[in-house]
Design a protein around this ligand. Structure first.
Ligand code: SAM
Length: 325
């Protein structure tokens, strides 16, 4: 079977496709300047996405995650999922803020969606509203409840922890796992928003400290065995139904296990989240044989994947909303 292997021996298996830079939230860690307003000219089409996915499948990639911006703002998402299933992708996921999930889930599941990850930075409605720049907690929770009702386990929730913004919500977020089969995963804040360095360091909270906050509230966590190549380390409060996870890209980088390539919504191929090198896919997508041409770009990009990304604050040409998380 064909595999795409980079120069450090890492097998590329996962495609994280951003399908729009637009977002209906304004989270400070992602889109502080409110850049995610509209799809600019040049946003990838359904056909572009199908060509990229077909190229990936031909090189042995087995999983695709659609993200953004907010992927549910793209009305064509079900078509993209249907295409990915038809082309042989084994695992199709989305990352979403869930505001539109309750309404759109039936068409997404009909299309072949396998899994959903949801961003949830707080459970107190006012903290949630402030952290997301206007988000409505009740609406998001309805999306999560719909997933739970449908039994799409495990439902994974992601919280980016920022001191002074939502650190006082850590124990409340962890408490959701007492009775619900959720994975609540705490993510270290990465400098992907062009925040000033001092402000970034003030807001950054290491996973170790987040874990200590959970243990101070509920006692020593027990380890849940997980795939060592997965970014989250999972734990449980003994006897609780769900699990809490810690994703520590800054204090415990996991670049050695990176299996991803990231096509952006403006048709650039980004080998590393934390490195700004990108390759233009547009000429390949306009080629008479787009799938073969995109595969050639994948080989180039995989070869140029850096050993590890830049985790210190640096000015980046794109903020997270336009990269895709
Ligand atoms: N709009 C969707 C959502 O809210 O899930 C998908 C896009 S969002 C960029 C995807 C993920 O990136 C979210 O789970 C968010 O937690 C994470 N993220 C964004 N900026 C980040 C940052 N600066 N540091 C760590 N995680 C970040």
């Amino acid at each position: 079977m064909t595999s795409l292997i980079d120069q450090y021996g890492r097998v590329v298996r996962d495609l994280r496709i951003s399908i729009t830079p637009r977002c209906n939230f304004r989270c400070g860690y992602c889109d502080p300047l409110g850049m995610g307003h509209k799809d600019p000219l040049g946003t990838v089409s359904v056909r572009d996405v199908a060509n990229v996915v077909e190229a990936a499948v031909g090189l042995g990639l087995t999983s695709v995650r659609f993200t953004g911006g907010e992927p549910l703002l793209r009305k064509e998402l079900p078509e993209m999922i249907t295409d990915a299933k038809r082309l042989g992708v084994e695992d199709i996921a989305i990352t979403t803020n869930a505001t539109l999930l309750k309404r759109r889930l039936p068409e997404l599941l009909d299309a072949g969606l396998d899994r959903v990850n949801i961003s949830l930075d707080a459970v107190s409605p006012e903290v949630f509203r402030r952290a997301t720049g206007g988000g409505n907690f009740k609406q998001v929770w309805e999306g999560i409840a719909t997933l739970l009702e449908l039994g799409l386990h495990p439902v994974k929730l992601n919280a980016v922890v920022m001191r002074g913004v939502n650190d006082h919500e850590i124990s409340k977020l962890a408490a959701l796992t007492e009775t619900l089969p959720l994975h609540v995963r705490f993510i270290e804040y990465m400098h992907l928003n062009n925040a000033d360095a001092e402000g970034y360091h003030r807001s950054f909270m290491a996973g170790k400290e987040t874990r200590a906050a959970v243990e101070a509230a509920y006692g020593t966590l027990e380890c849940v065995p997980t795939d060592p190549s997965a970014p989250a380390r999972l734990f449980k409060v003994p006897g609780w139904k769900g699990a809490v996870g810690f994703i520590n890209p800054i204090s415990e980088p996991f670049c050695g296990a990176c299996s991803r390539l990231r096509p952006t919504s403006d048709a650039k191929l980004r080998p590393c989240l934390l490195n700004d090198r990108e390759f233009d896919l547009r000429p390949a997508l306009q080629h008479a044989e787009p799938v073969t041409a995109v595969q050639e770009m994948f080989l180039v990009a995989a070869h140029r994947k850096v050993a590890s990304g830049i985790t210190t604050p640096v000015e980046r040409p794109r903020t997270m909303v336009a990269i895709g998380g």
